[in-house]
Design a protein around this ligand. Structure first.
Ligand code: BEZ
Length: 371
């Protein structure tokens, strides 16, 4: 029998009269975003059902990108500006994305009955294998913010073989000490739950500046029909256990990690301390200027570029996949990486600024980059 041959078929897309390639590309991108509405699923777990939305199609030999949002948000309000950012499209088209909504945070979620025992953050992490089993996915690159970053870290500690990389924004791996509790209780006397959650998400400077973004998120949280559920997730976050990261010990993240925090963000000190406890050969630290508390909302461009370098370091983004701008910046900065899983563990991460390329550290070393 004649052997089948793999044939490369290149799709011809004729330009419309008067259409430039740039306009055609933008129209194609807009159409793709419009068409890909995501598929929402719900699976049963030992701690109740969990809802998640899948975008894109599984790519052989590639991990899924799995996101976990912070308190007061859901996957859309936390990640849509980043994942729908124009430059992000060339990255995510190479991956299937699984966006998890913490229980009771999905759009239209009914309010839990009084006395409902909301899962702890550790139990939320224990729900993730049910999602991956349902989808038949084996490995992930996790992207988490705040409470979501904690959940993904806990999952990575218990299932290290299934996590290829982690992007952790605003992670606080420590349990609250008694001083934190005292401060929390005092704040609770004068502030409402939405205001406390806003103080967790954004810097004081941002909150008093009351920009359009702050007004939007204050409105979303204050008028959330599932505010009681949000309070339960908030309580679980405040009752989290210490992750007990210890450099050189068994309790550490084994995969490449990109830690991200905005300078002046409420969790800056916690992320700095977390960086000091992780394996420096596996960890990159990105401190972003002018980004406030939620860099994925305020600086999607910078974060996209850093994410690209992170993936490239893991061998998932060939430089031919990168924008002209990134390519010229990276040419002298990054190690070679191939697109098809020929991955090396030495990584280089750099971050651009308006004024040109920023220094990149030697592969596999922790760097602090301000941009
Ligand atoms: C995505 O393409 O992964 C995505 C789209 C809309 C919201 C969040 C993520």
């Amino acid at each position: 029998m004649a052997e089948l041959q793999e044939v490369q078929i290149t799709e011809e897309k004729p330009l419309l009269p008067g259409q430039t390639p740039e306009v055609a590309k933008e129209a194609e991108l807009a159409a793709r975003i419009l068409l890909d509405q995501g598929q929402t699923h719900s699976v049963e777990t030992p701690y109740g059902p969990i809802t998640f939305t899948v975008y894109g199609t599984p790519k052989p030999k590639r991990p899924a990108i799995l996101t976990y949002h912070d308190v007061g948000l859901n996957y859309k309000s936390c990640f849509q500006p980043l994942f729908q950012f124009a430059d992000m499209q060339e990255i995510i088209q190479n991956f299937v994305r699984v966006h998890v909504d913490a229980p009771g945070m999905e759009e239209g979620a009914p309010v839990f009955p009084l006395g409902y025992q909301y899962p702890s953050l550790d139990q939320l992490a224990d729900m993730i294998p049910c999602i991956l089993q349902y989808l038949n996915f084996f490995t992930i690159i996790g992207v988490g913010v705040g409470a979501g970053a904690y959940v993904l870290s806990r999952y990575a500690l218990t299932h290290p073989d299934t996590v290829e990389g982690l992007v952790l924004i605003n992670i606080d791996p420590n349990a609250k000490g008694w001083m934190d509790w005292a401060a929390h209780k005092l704040t609770g006397l004068t502030s409402s739950i939405p205001e406390m959650i806003l103080g967790h998400l954004f810097s004081q400077e941002e909150l008093s500046g009351n920009s359009e973004l702050i007004q939007k998120y204050r409105n979303i949280i204050t008028h959330a029909p599932n505010l009681e559920n949000i309070e339960l997730y908030w309580n679980s976050y405040n009752n989290r256990r210490d992750l007990n990261f210890e450099r050189g010990s068994d309790i550490t993240l084994k995969c490449p990690v990109m830690l991200v925090v905005g300078d002046q963000a409420p969790h800056e000190d916690a992320v700095v301390e977390c960086n000091s406890k992780l394996d420096p050969t596996q960890t990159s630290f990105l401190k972003m200027a002018d980004s406030g508390g939620q860099p994925q909302l305020t600086q999607p461009g910078k974060l996209t570029e850093a994410f690209k370098y992170f993936l490239q370091g893991m061998g998932y983004m060939a430089s031919s996949c990168m924008t002209r701008l990134s390519r010229s910046r990276t040419a002298s900065l990054t190690s070679a990486a191939s697109l098809d899983g020929n991955r090396s563990r030495s990584r280089t991460l750099s971050q651009s600024s308006e004024s040109g390329p920023l220094p990149s550290g030697p592969p596999g070393h922790t760097m602090e980059v301000s941009c």
